[in-house]
Write a protein that binds this ligand. Structure first.
Ligand code: HEM
Length: 457
C-alpha cells in the first residue's frame, strides 16, 4: 500500500469514548507523562486513538512540534470541542482561523506588544503591591495558588477591562470561575448540570463586559477616557479608525479569552516558581541578590520600570526552567482540514491531532539530566535547538501574552523576595492537571517579613 493509505498504529477503542477517561485519570493523578511514555513505547512517536469524541492522531517530538507550528490553517486548523466553544464563544481567538484569526490576532497583539505594555508596567506594579498588602502582609501563612489566581484575574481586569477594583470585579471573578468549572464537564445542557451553570455564568459575564464596552465608548466620545487606558478602550479606538477591525461581539469573546489565557497559566508559573525557589536555596539566594540590587536603586514606593526587567536575567532564567519542568500547557489540539501526510502515515481529514509539545522539555538528548532543576542551562539561549523548548507554543499561534506574563511574573517575584522569606508548610505538595497544573492543597507557605524592606510603599 502507498504510505498515504496508512493510518498510524494504535487502537481507536470504544467509539466516542476511546482512551478519554484513561487520559483524564492520568492527568488528574499527574501521571500523564508516564501515560504518554507508555503509548510511545508501544506504538512509536505517532499513533491513533479516540479522545473526547473524536478519532485522534497523537504526535510528539521536536519534528512534530515543528510540523504543527509551521502548518498553515488550511491544513491543520484550530477547533475546540463544540461544548467548549458554546461556553467560551465562537469568536474567541483560539476558535478562529484564516483571515478572521489574523484580524483578531492583530488587534490583540497591538495591545500586548512590548512598546504598549511599557505603559502598563506601573498599573501592574500597583495591582501587585496592593495584592501583597491585602493578602500577604500581616499573615503567617498564605495559600499561594488560590491567592495568585485572584491576583492574575485582577491584573487582567485592571489592564484589559480598566476595572481597578470594586464589586463588579468581584462579580466577574465568581462568574468566571463558575464558567470555567464546566469546561471539562459532561456537555449536558439541562437545569442544574454544571454545563448549564457554566453557560449561564458565561452569558452573565458577557453581558457585564458588553455594558462596559458601551460605557467606555461613551466615555471616549465625551473625552472622559483615553484610548490607551485599557484593552477595551484600545479596541474601540481601533474600530473607530477601521470599522472592519473587530466587532463588539468579537471584543467580548476575546476579553473572556484573555481572562482565560492570563489567569491560569501565569498563576501556575508563579506558584511553581515559589515552590522551586523554596526547595533550592542556592538558586533562591542568587534571585534575592539580583532583586535586592534592583530594589536598592529604586526610590521609596517607586514602581518597577520596563528597563529594570531587562536586568532580571537570572530571575527570568529561573522562570524558564520552571516552564520547562512544569509547562502550564502540556500540549494542544488541532483538526485536519484535509488528508495530511506525516511520518509516512496519513492523518485523515476531520481527525483531531493532539501533540504533546512539552515532552521535548524532558528529552535527555536536548536537556541533560532533564529532571534536575537547573536554571543555568538557559545561560546560552542559542544552545537550545529550535522547537524543543516551547512553553509559549510557536508559529502563527505563538502565545501573544508571553511578555505580559514575563512582566507579571518578574514584578511579583521582585516584591516577594524583597519583602518576605518563605518556606513550604507541607512536606509534599502534590498537583494534578485540570488540564493546567493545580496544587491539591493550594501550596501553603509560611512567610516572614524581611527586615531590610527596600520596596515598602
Ligand atoms: C506563563 C504564562 C503563559 C503560557 C505558558 C502561555 C502559553 C500559551 C500557549 C502554549 C499558547 C498556544 C496554544 C496552541 O498553540 O494551541 C498560547 C496561546 C495564547 N495565549 Fe498564552 N500563555 C501564557 C500567558 C498568557 C497571557 C498572560 C495572555 C494574555 C494576556 C495569553 C494569551 C494567549 C492568547 C490570546 C493565545 C491564543 C493565540 C492564537 O490563537 O493566536 N497567554 N498561550
Amino acid at each position: 500500500r502507498r504510505p498515504s493509505n496508512l493510518l498510524p498504529p494504535g487502537s481507536l477503542g470504544l467509539p466516542m469514548i476511546g482512551q478519554s477517561f484513561s487520559l483524564l485519570k492520568a492527568l488528574r493523578a499527574n501521571t500523564d507523562q508516564e501515560w504518554f511514555q507508555e503509548r510511545i513505547k508501544k506504538y512509536g512517536s505517532i499513533s491513533k486513538l479516540t479522545l473526547f469524541g473524536h478519532p485522534t492522531v497523537f504526535l510528539h517530538g521536536q519534528a512534530a512540534n515543528k510540523f504543527i507550528y509551521t502548518c498553515d490553517g488550511n491544513t491543520l486548523a484550530n477547533k475546540m470541542p463544540p461544548s467548549l466553544s458554546r461556553i467560551l464563544g465562537k469568536n474567541i481567538i483560539v476558535e478562529l482561523n484564516g483571515e478572521d484569526h489574523k484580524r483578531v490576532r492583530t488587534a490583540i497583539v497591538s495591545f500586548l506588544r512590548p512598546e504598549v505594555l511599557k505603559i502598563y508596567a506601573v498599573k501592574m506594579d500597583l495591582e501587585i503591591r496592593k495584592h501583597l498588602d491585602d493578602h500577604w502582609h500581616g499573615k503567617h501563612e498564605v495559600e499561594v495558588m488560590p491567592a495568585l489566581k485572584a491576583l492574575t484575574f485582577n491584573v487582567i481586569c485592571s489592564l484589559v477591562l480598566g476595572l481597578d477594583g470594586g464589586p463588579i470585579r468581584a462579580k466577574l471573578l465568581s462568574l468566571f470561575q463558575e464558567m470555567t468549572r464546566g469546561l471539562l464537564s459532561v456537555p449536558i445542557n439541562l437545569p442544574l448540570t454544571q454545563f448549564n451553570r457554566s453557560i449561564n455564568a458565561s452569558l452573565r459575564l458577557k453581558t457585564i463586559v458588553m455594558d462596559l464596552i458601551r460605557e467606555k465608548r461613551t466615555a471616549l466620545e465625551d473625552n472622559r477616557a483615553q484610548s490607551h487606558q485599557d484593552l477595551i478602550s484600545h479596541l474601540i479606538t481601533m474600530q473607530n479608525e477601521n470599522p472592519e477591525s473587530t466587532s463588539d461581539d468579537e471584543i467580548v469573546d476575546n476579553v473572556v479569552g484573555l481572562m482565560f489565557g492570563g489567569y491560569d497559566a501565569t498563576s501556575s508559573l508563579i506558584s511553581f516558581m515559589i515552590k522551586l525557589l523554596a526547595e533550592h536555596p542556592s538558586v533562591y539566594d542568587v534571585v534575592v541578590k539580583e532583586q535586592d540590587g534592583i530594589a536598592r536603586n529604586k526610590g521609596l514606593g517607586e514602581s518597577l520600570k520596563w528597563e529594570e526587567f531587562m536586568n532580571m536575567k537570572y530571575t527570568w532564567r529561573v522562570a524558564m526552567e520552571v516552564l520547562r519542568l512544569t509547562p502550564p500547557f502540556f500540549g494542544s489540539f488541532r483538526r485536519a482540514i484535509k488528508d495530511v501526510e506525516y511520518g509516512g502515515y496519513i492523518i485523515p481529514k476531520g481527525w483531531q491531532v493532539m501533540w504533546v509539545s512539552s515532552m521535548t522539555h524532558m528529552d535527555a538528548n536536548i536537556f541533560p539530566k532533564p529532571s534536575h532543576f537547573d536554571p543555568s542551562r538557559f545561560e546560552e539561549q542559542t544552545s537550545t535547538p529550535p522547537y524543543s523548548f516551547v512553553p509559549f507554543g510557536g508559529g502563527p499561534r505563538l502565545c501573544p501574552g508571553g511578555e505580559f506574563a514575563k512582566m507579571e511574573t518578574l514584578t511579583m517575584i521582585h516584591y516577594l523576595v524583597t519583602r518576605f522569606t518563605w518556606k513550604l508548610s507541607l512536606k509534599e505538595n502534590l498537583f494534578r492537571r485540570d488540564p493546567m497544573p493545580v496544587f491539591n492543597h493550594g501550596l501553603p507557605v509560611l512567610i516572614v517579613p524581611r527586615e531590610c524592606d527596600h520596596a515598602m510603599i
